[in-house]
Ligand binder design. Structure first.
Ligand code: COA
Length: 178
């Protein structure tokens, strides 16, 4: 009898551990600023995103973060096992399109499925809001990102050229239309 009871408790503990281990999106908070201060100055992350290595002052960070906070309805932090590891946003663009942007800022957590899972969750949130046309743009050589986006259901649409942007002259546009 007692053996059975302990086994039941073990199962409950296992389930609750599994629950804590999930990748979760949560609303951005003013206290999240320091994550961005770190990530926006990280050379590896800059190389994979904007390519703009200009040094950011604290005032710059405050300004960019204030803009993010204003965006609140569509801005989420990515938490894993109680730790904040990234940020994902969904921004309204022209003609009914919305753009997803994502960064797993904590590099130790790359390649563990958190990016794919976060995008899937964001797409579900978009569907709840009746948003059906979602795209993103990625450096054509960012293989890890492209693979994650494909796993989340995005298709390669084509190369976009930005000849005036010397930091990011070309992107690959990927789309998901539900
Ligand atoms: C891009 C990013 C969001 C992806 O999230 P992630 O959690 O690291 O990615 P996932 O683990 O969900 O998926 C990555 C996939 O790419 C694969 N991959 C990684 N490196 C690869 C490589 N060099 N060649 C081929 N596949 C590769 C992984 O094996 C995995 O695919 P699999 O599950 O089929 O094996 C995250 O890595 C990140 O934020 N990187 C830094 C900033 C960045 O690049 N942002 C995107 C800007 S558009």
């Amino acid at each position: 009898m007692s053996f059975g009871k302990f086994r039941f408790i073990d199962v409950l503990n296992k389930e609750s551990a599994k629950e804590n281990m999930t990748t979760k999106l949560r609303k951005i908070l003013p206290s999240d600023k320091n994550f961005f201060a770190k990530w926006w100055r990280d050379k590896d992350l800059i190389a994979l995103t904007s390519g703009d290595f200009s040094v950011l002052s604290d005032t710059d960070i405050n300004g960019y973060f204030a803009t993010k906070l204003k965006n609140q309805a569509l801005e989420y932090m990515i938490d894993f096992n109680g730790q904040t590891i990234g940020n994902i946003s969904l921004d309204k663009r022209e003609n009914g399109w919305y753009e997803i942007q994502i960064i797993i800022g904590e590099k130790d957590f790359w390649g563990q499925g958190h990016g794919t899972e976060s995008i899937k969750q964001m797409v579900d949130l978009a569907k709840e809001r009746k948003i059906s046309k979602i795209y993103l743009e990625v450096r054509p050589d960012n293989i890890r990102a492209i693979r994650a986006y494909e796993k989340a259901g995005f298709f390669k649409k084509g190369i976009q050229n930005y000849p005036k942007n010397r930091n990011l002259p070309q992107t690959l546009r990927m789309e998901l239309v539900t």
